[in-house]
Design a protein. Sequence first.
Length: 193
Amino acid sequence: MKAAVVYLATALVKLVCLATFLQVSETEVFDPYQEALKAMIGFIDVAGLYYALAQLTHRNISQNHKFQAVGLGWAFADSVLHRLAPLWVGARGLEFTWDYVLQGLEANANLVFTISLAALGSLMWLRKNKPKSLIPIIYTCAVIIATMPSITSYLKRVNGWHFPKIVGFELATSLVMAFISCQLFILCQRPSL
């Protein structure tokens, strides 16, 4: 619940930053400057996850499982805020479209991304005894996950990918990042030799 409240505050800050610094484009042209700015604003999520992981106290949750609670709370708040209304209004209509199924799959990919980012954040900020050789891999994976909206925007606007292909890419990438995050978490659990 605390992670959801932190997410709502983070989403409000992101909304203000996006409205203040980004220009509304009339065309579907990929603007690298705008996308870089959007990616930088996306790192507000990373700061919010840091606060939720490091500063909030969670009763009866071990340090090893804190990232799961924060990641699930964060992903739940994101799904409610961004996907509940369109899904509710559209799914109650008389006409069925596959867009709602794809939105549900996209929400599941986002859940996996969020838990992976929370696990990587837990490794970055809460683990003091992690192997030094894994630190660049942890940070690289976190940057990839944090910039995923800009990556999908690039694929959509420059490569001309449609929504089903974007969702497939997000699902595949989320599973790969989850596997890497899990392996990194396991490697950081082992005692140093």
